[in-house]
Design a protein around this ligand. Structure first.
Ligand code: ADE
Length: 240
């Protein structure tokens, strides 16, 4: 997969992709990530990317010319057409299903908007999707782009071992069960004995039950959508 990211702050996106598992995915050739400075598509001495809004009001708006120039020239140089995504608080709220869908694309072009806005003609003529990462306002789309890239890249074939992927889709819309590692007792807090029992079936039942209870308590919205098996219902009834 190829991911291009257009931003006026390329420095903000350097370290997220220079470290960690994303870096490994790049080194292994699973993904190529290119951060591109929108200012390199400006003309004129001032390299201006924004301007005051028509009709008045505060803040500055991204001008259409640099974005059109950038997206059109990037689309032309690529082998396939990129799906163009604008990061903005006005977009559809990002979730795992969207990450999965994007991970199937060959080429993504992410545009980091700024919080005051982007000329509407950019949305109308250049952008395929608008994505928000949640109901809060960031100063720009850069951190949102990093979030989307991280969630998408870890789903690329070959990134995770098969088992983690299967387990993830199996657990569906439930939250994860609690995890422990050594030591068995830490500051008087003991690891649940079943995890030390070596009884794999009992461990699997305990984990499933914890995932069910945790999801019901913390995320009733997810729990309502979960598909429960008869065994799940039995595990939940044990609580009564
Ligand atoms: N830009 C500013 N806030 C944002 C958000 N919540 N999601 C995506 N892009 C943004």
């Amino acid at each position: 997969m190829k991911i291009e990211i257009l931003t006026i702050f390329p420095g903000m996106l350097e370290s997220p992709f220079r470290e960690s598992m994303i870096r490994r995915a790049m080194d292994r050739g699973l993904v190529e990530i290119e951060v591109i400075d929108l200012r390199s598509f400006t003309t004129g001495r001032h390299r201006q990317v924004d301007d005051a809004p028509y009709g008045g009001g505060r803040g500055m708006i991204f001008k259409p010319e640099p974005l059109f120039r950038a997206v059109e020239s990037l689309q032309e140089r690529g082998e396939s057409r990129a799906r163009v995504i604008l990061l903005t608080p006005q977009g559809r709220t990002f979730n795992q299903e969207m990450a999965r869908e994007l991970s199937r694309e060959k080429r993504l072009l992410l545009i980091c908007g700024r919080y005051e806005g982007v000329d509407e003609r950019v949305r109308e003529a250049l952008v395929d999707d608008e994505i928000s990462i949640g109901d809060y306002i960031l100063t720009g789309g850069e951190l949102a782009a990093a979030v989307v890239v991280d969630a998408v890249v870890r789903l690329l074939p070959g990134f995770l071992d098969e088992e983690s992927v299967t387990e993830e889709s199996f657990s569906g819309s439930l939250l994860e069960y609690p995890q422990y590692t050594r030591p068995p007792v830490f500051r008087g807090m003991a690891v649940p004995p079943v995890l030390l029992s070596g009884d794999h079936a009992a461990i699997a039942r305990w984990r499933r039950k914890q995932a069910l209870l945790r999801t019901r308590e913390r995320r009733p919205d997810l729990f309502a959508k979960a598909v429960l098996t008869p065994e799940d219902r039995r595990l939940l009834e044990e609580e009564l």
